[in-house]
Design a protein around this ligand. Structure first.
Ligand code: SF4
Length: 358
């Protein structure tokens, strides 16, 4: 298929596909599905080989959020039967993280419900980051605490956080349908703040909330503009007790097409297979490893995932290998100095290595 040849060529050279090409991936037929996965697999293998990065979620604070994100079991007024608790202490969070690290996770994601952290919350999370890093210096730590205020990203970076997660979730046009207490631009701004502080940005989407193909393309392209290092692709888990409880819109084939589209738009980023993979991909989960190079190990924030050993078996059976701590996940051109000396950058003439007065 010409479309797939074009997308592979562009993916190998980090060229952005057109919106029409991205949309055409979502419109491919079931007969073409294996060709789509194979094409996305070529791009995935070019940048990430057969490696699968494992990430582990620790929910520092669960439930009772004042925001109204309609997909979320922790939202204002949620009747979902989930655990609700306030901040885990640093030693409790460390022992929770250790379960994932023993299973081979190289990144721990510290998540807290809420609109955003107070400065005191940032202190608490900073203590937790130090406690985990003291015991496990190689672990990557990603914080996910909601909308950030001025200076908070810098403080998290100083405390040792490597990354910050804040998803765009859906297109700007449909954001108001899933949440009224904050908007799309608030989310973009927090991702930019994290990047500005030298944190690796993690930002992705949720599919299956009743969106149209063009919304999925829109959010994938909005993410590409932000250029996050990791792009989690979540598939809606329709929780009883939330407004989206009846939104069962995804088939395993559609979930694979969505992942392929995201891979073509973000060829050299860590595309992470995230929540909902078990319920939506079901027996086709191993095919998704040809598109995503990263998964969450074990449970999600408020729901159970597949057993960790089943994930490890699935990775081995599908011919992939768990990425070790000694390997850098991202291709070399995406790593480098995240917080460059701005004076030094300014001294070089635009687009050259020469000083402007040379
Ligand atoms: S997604 Fe975050 S901000 Fe939105 S309701 Fe859930 S915990 Fe609150």
């Amino acid at each position: 298929m010409d479309l797939l040849n074009t997308l592979v060529r562009k993916g190998l050279s980090r060229e952005l596909p057109t919106r029409e090409e991205a949309r055409a991936v979502l419109e491919t037929s079931d007969e073409d599905l294996l060709d789509v996965v194979a094409a996305g697999g070529k791009v995935r293998r070019h940048w990430f080989g057969r490696r699968v990065k494992l990430n582990y979620l620790v929910n520092l604070k669960s439930g009772l959020c004042p925001e109204d994100c309609s997909y979320c079991s922790q939202r204002l007024g949620s009747k979902a039967e989930i655990l609700k608790y306030t901040w885990l202490k640093p030693d409790e969070a460390t022992s929770a993280a250790e379960a994932g690290l023993k299973g081979g996770a190289k990144r721990v994601c510290l998540v807290a419900s809420g609109r955003g952290p107070t400065d005191r919350d940032v202190d608490r999370v900073s203590q937790t980051i130090s406690a985990i890093k003291e015991q496990h210096e190689d672990v990557e730590i990603c914080a996910c605490l909601g909308l950030l205020s001025e200076g908070q990203a810098d403080r998290l970076r100083e405390a040792g956080a490597d990354a910050y997660n804040h998803n765009l979730n859906t297109s700007e046009a449909t954001y108001g349908d899933i949440c009224t207490t904050h908007d799309f631009s608030d989310r973009q701004e927090t991702v930019r703040q994290a990047q500005g502080a030298g944190l690796s940005a993690c930002s992705g989407l949720i599919a299956g909330m009743g969106e149209r193909d063009e919304d999925l393309v829109d959010v994938a392209f909005a993410l590409r503009e932000l250029n996050p290092d990791s792009v989690p692709v979540n598939f809606l888990i329709p929780f009883e007790g939330t407004p989206l409880a009846d939104e069962w819109n995804l088939s395993p084939q559609r979930a694979l097409r969505i992942l392929a589209m995201v891979r073509f738009v973000h060829p050299d980023a860590e595309v992470r297979l995230a929540a909902g993979r078990e319920v939506h991909l079901r027996s086709l989960q191993p095919l998704a490893l040809h598109l995503a190079n990263s998964i969450f190990l074990g449970d999600y924030l408020t729901s159970e995932g597949q057993a960790g050993q089943s994930d490890l078996d699935m990775i081995a059976d599908a011919g992939f290998e768990v990425e070790g701590a000694e390997t850098t996940t991202l291709p070399e051109h995406r790593t480098g100095d995240r917080n460059p000396d701005l004076v030094a950058v300014r001294r070089r003439g635009a687009g050259t290595a020469l000083p402007p007065n040379a």
